[in-house]
Design a binder for this molecule. Sequence first.
Ligand code: CA
Length: 226
Amino acid sequence: MRLLLVEDEKHVADFIARGLRAEWYAVDVAYDGNKGWELASKVDYDLVVLDLNLPGLNGMEFLRRLRGRGAKVPVLVLTVLDATDDKVESLQAGADDHLTKPFAFSELLARIKALLRRPAVVPANVLRIADLEVDRLKHQVHRAGRRIDLTAKEYALLEYLAAHPGQTVSRTMIIEHVWDQSFEGLTNIVDVYVRHLRAKIDDPFEHKLIRTVRGGGYCLSDEPGP
Ligand code: CA
């Protein structure tokens, strides 16, 4: 899951980003509206956390442009105390939820998880492909009833593949959703992580689930490969 955070108060932004990364989300941070818009225009984010009072492009205008473009990405708006008009206006402009500053990180996290659980974003809390189970709430993976320990990135990669069962996902799509902008272009990073993942979820089992699609990318599927 890759999130965009647009927040100009640097200490708040860095605090949120650190917390979210510790929860295994990939997070891009923009400290002003224009930079945020630039990122939102080129990356297909899974969720946006948007402060309303921003230098450059303000949050409300950001939101209107995003919805005007038809983007369905969930947006959680951050407002200041007593800004009731902002809440109403942002909901009308297409925000999915809002949170008043100051807030506890645990509340922000709970709201983000709730938005990401919506059916349009996430098909189910537990993804099942053959005897593989990916629990998106607990970040736990089981295969044939056996618990499999993954690192944060291995989990994020598997979750992305499992959310697109039977579909070929390209290396570019994987990088976009699993890594954030702090990632520095090792082009074979996806292949390296797929190898790690295979060692844990496929190698010990007869029935292999991760397929390499020549010239395409990877596919997690119950069907035998070509
Ligand atoms: Ca602000």
